[in-house]
Write a protein that binds this ligand. Structure first.
Ligand code: SAH
Length: 218
């Protein structure tokens, strides 16, 4: 669990790269600078890749998102401290840790049981506050709704209706939308009123798919 000067140096370089790629939000850049991404790799054999701007396998056929993607999605969320944020797709827990650094309250759902267990244990060990749930992200977390922000970190075939309902009026969802094995369009959905939404596209990205049915995911 060590975070040494070498890791910190590599993170500074990563932050510079993200700036060059267009990330401007100082809070987001500070969060990337502060979260030791190498600890979220689960497998220490690959630590040298932790500060490259690349997605990487974390087991169970899933990936830790590319740092640029994490930064871009976090920037699109336009967070204010203490907001309630629902994340779909905990994966490694890295994005949750970045959100925690931004001072928001995190609720995060993962459908793969092993990943849920690992991420929850790791976040706990790092003393990062995030409420982790094992389940189907399509269902959201009605008992904690409404949320100021919803962040989907897997590619959804379409914007799930159930999640729209769990967003506050004035709130925003950030979600990559597109079919399996296709590129997805990054979208923001702003909830203008209980029945009006404004959807904006923000370019192409590639994510693992947002799957239905929790039963096969152990
Ligand atoms: N935010 C993660 C990215 C993980 S990749 C990180 O920072 O590492 C996306 C994750 O979404 C995968 O772990 C996958 O298992 C999960 N996922 C896919 N469909 C889901 C669903 N319906 N509900 C919850 N999680 C889902």
């Amino acid at each position: 669990m060590e975070d040494n000067f070498k890791h910190r140096g590599l993170r500074k370089q990563l932050v510079e790269l993200l700036k060059q790629k267009g990330i401007e939000d100082e809070g987001v850049l500070a969060a990337i600078d502060n979260v030791p991404r190498h600890l979220f790799f689960f497998d220490t054999a690959f630590l040298q890749h932790a500060y490259e701007d690349k997605a990487f396998p974390i087991g169970n056929g899933q990936t830790i998102s590319q740092p640029y993607t994490v930064a871009f999605q976090t920037e699109l969320l336009n967070l204010k401290p203490r907001m309630k944020v629902l994340e779909i797709g905990t994966g490694s827990g890295y994005q949750s840790a970045v959100l925690a650094q931004m001072g928001v309250k995190i609720f995060t759902i993962e459908r793969q049981h092993q990943l849920y267990m690992k991420a929850e244990a790791l976040l706990d060990e790092l003393k990062i506050k995030a409420r982790c749930f094992y389940g189907d992200g399509y269902e959201g977390r009605p008992s904690y709704a409404p949320f100021d922000r919803i962040l989907v970190t897997c590619g959804a075939p379409e914007i799930p209706e159930g999640l729209k309902g769990q967003l506050k009026v004035g709130g925003r969802m950030v979600i990559p939308v597109g079919g399996v094995n296709q590129v997805q369009k990054m979208m923001t959905l702003d909830k203008i009123s209980e029945s009006e939404y404004k959807i904006t596209e923000h370019g192409d990205f590639q994510f693992v798919p947002m799957l239905e049915n929790t039963n096969n995911a152990r």
